[in-house]
Design a protein. Structure first.
Ligand SMILES: [Zn+2]
Length: 182
């Protein structure tokens, strides 16, 4: 996380995400594009989407459910930021959020593909609408997001986008790994 002139730029050397390239309107546009990006990467034989490429690497459905859960969780945190408070993540009830699953156990069969893509659309659009509603003052609130992560509301929202875009790459890689093995 780079601190740049009062803003906070998350930079990822795995997927190339750079928060400094995204102003609020670009962030909203990319958030609204997530459902199409995920639909595209999930346009595969469903067996490929439901196989873990490695025993400890999530299948595509699990990654999508993680992203759904992450966007919903991060929106919860971002709303506290906008209200001037740091989130206490222990207060977040996982059961109240979509996309909660047992990460160590491969049990993606309980999630339908169409429902998964629909949930992703719902949470992405919700986050985009929330982001669009923020005043410049709300965007600029700085608080503790997590240990060693003191950032502003804008960077919190961009973090949700990064998570969702980063895992598109993970899904593409997992599918490619399986195709090479066939
Ligand atoms: Zn990344």
């Amino acid at each position: 996380m780079l601190s740049v002139g009062g803003d906070f730029h998350e930079v990822c050397d795995e997927c190339g995400f750079h928060g400094g390239t995204l102003d609020p309107s670009a962030t909203v546009a990319r958030m609204r594009a997530l459902p199409d990006r995920w639909s595209e990467v999930m346009s595969q034989d469903e067996a490929l989407l439901r196989a873990r490429p490695e025993p400890d690497t999530w299948c595509a459905i699990e990654y999508a459910q993680h992203v759904i859960n992450a966007i919903a969780s991060i929106e919860w945190g971002a709303r506290l930021f906008a209200a001037g408070r740091a989130p206490d993540w222990d207060e977040l009830s996982e059961d109240s959020l979509p996309g909660a699953f047992e990460h160590a156990t491969h049990d993606c069969g309980r999630f339908e593909l169409a429902d998964t893509l629909e949930s992703l659309t719902v949470v992405a659009n919700s986050m985009a609408a929330f982001a669009e509603s923020l005043t410049p003052e709300e965007q600029a609130v700085v608080a503790v997001y997590a240990d060693d992560w003191v950032i502003n509301t804008t960077a919190v929202i961009r973090h949700a986008l990064h998570d969702a875009e980063h895992h598109v790459l993970d899904v593409r890689r997992g599918i490619a790994r399986q195709q090479l093995r066939r």
